[in-house]
Design a protein around this ligand. Structure first.
Ligand SMILES: Nc1ncnc2c1ncn2[C@@H]1O[C@H](COP(=O)(O)OP(=O)(O)OP(=O)(O)O)[C@@H](O)[C@H]1O
Ligand SMILES: [Mg+2]
Length: 257
């Protein structure tokens, strides 16, 4: 199988991008897939959630702004078979650092080429914005997975995201590449709340087949696992969130089969 790059993206904050990036990556690795998780958020939530706190070490910012190879910054978290490239706050200066670089939207795409032969999946945890980092991720990705929280205003902002994806798609087609929507993932469903199910139905009506069958419930174990530096499956293997992230990984692999 060739390598597939998936951007986990939604410019809306707190919808479950990082939680999905970590736990989907981990679940795929448990299916013996070779997975590289790249933290592309200056807040470094994914890095911190897997207890990767080596702030002094090189990270994705060095890769994107110097001749540092991505191979030199890959690290191994203790509690997952996933390999990882960490981020730090310096990444927030990428926009200004690269302002004169006409290639600035393709930095990640270029850097990923040399690691692709080693992985089945590369998962990109995007920040909550449609700035230069997300644009880099969309250019580098084959598809994007969009987590949507089962709450009021869930659809708000999705139009901007879909428009941005369309713009990137047009430019990519020019270079014989493509990006498509891997799927919309409903997250943090509170099964007892009627309003949550209304959001589920609304999203399904809008996006039909594009919505993953797997829905991630709101689950305390998923919320607290990062405090222990673990993916939820390593922290509480029998929790609903663990089962659902395993289901999601299976569904994704099947869709790509
Ligand atoms: N299934 C879940 N059940 C309960 N809490 C969850 C679940 N998924 C995520 N959370 C919590 O919701 C908050 C936001 O999740 P997360 O950090 O994954 O979102 P995000 O989209 O990456 O946020 P940001 O836009 O800030 O990067 C976190 O506190 C996280 O622990
Ligand atoms: Mg995040």
């Amino acid at each position: 199988m060739s390598c597939k790059v998936i951007a986990i993206t939604n410019q809306k904050g707190g919808v479950g991008k990082t939680t999905t990036s970590i736990n989907l990556s981990d679940a795929l690795a448990r299916m013996d897939k070779k997975v590289l998780l790249i933290d592309l958020d200056p807040q470094a939530s994914a890095s911190l959630s897997l207890a990767m706190t080596r702030y002094d070490g090189k990270n994705i910012f060095d890769v994107l702004t110097s001749d540092t190879s991505i191979l030199d910054v890959i690290e191994q978290p203790q509690h997952s078979k996933v390999q990882m490239v960490v981020s730090n706050i310096a990444l927030s200066t990428l926009e200004i650092k690269t302002i004169d670089n006409p290639e600035r939207e393709f930095l990640l795409d270029q850097k990923l080429q040399e690691v692709k032969p080693y992985y089945d999946y590369i998962i990109l945890d995007c920040p909550p914005s449609l700035g230069i980092i997300t644009i880099n991720s969309l250019y580098a990705a084959d598809s994007c997975l969009i987590p949507v929280q089962c709450q009021f205003l869930a659809i708000d902002g999705l139009t901007q995201l879909l428009n941005t994806i369309k713009i990137v798609q047009k430019k990519k087609k020019f270079n014989n590449k493509n990006i498509y929507i891997e799927g919309i993932l409903l997250t943090m469903l509170d099964k007892r709340v009627v309003a949550s199910w209304e959001v589920v139905n609304e999203i399904k009506e809008c996006f039909g087949e594009k919505v993953f069958k797997t829905i991630i419930n709101s689950n305390v174990k998923a919320q607290i696992a990062p405090r222990y530096g673990k993916p939820v499956i390593a922290f509480a293997s029998r929790s609903p969130a663990s089962k659902q992230y395993k289901e999601l990984a299976k569904e994704l692999v099947k869709n790509n089969g």
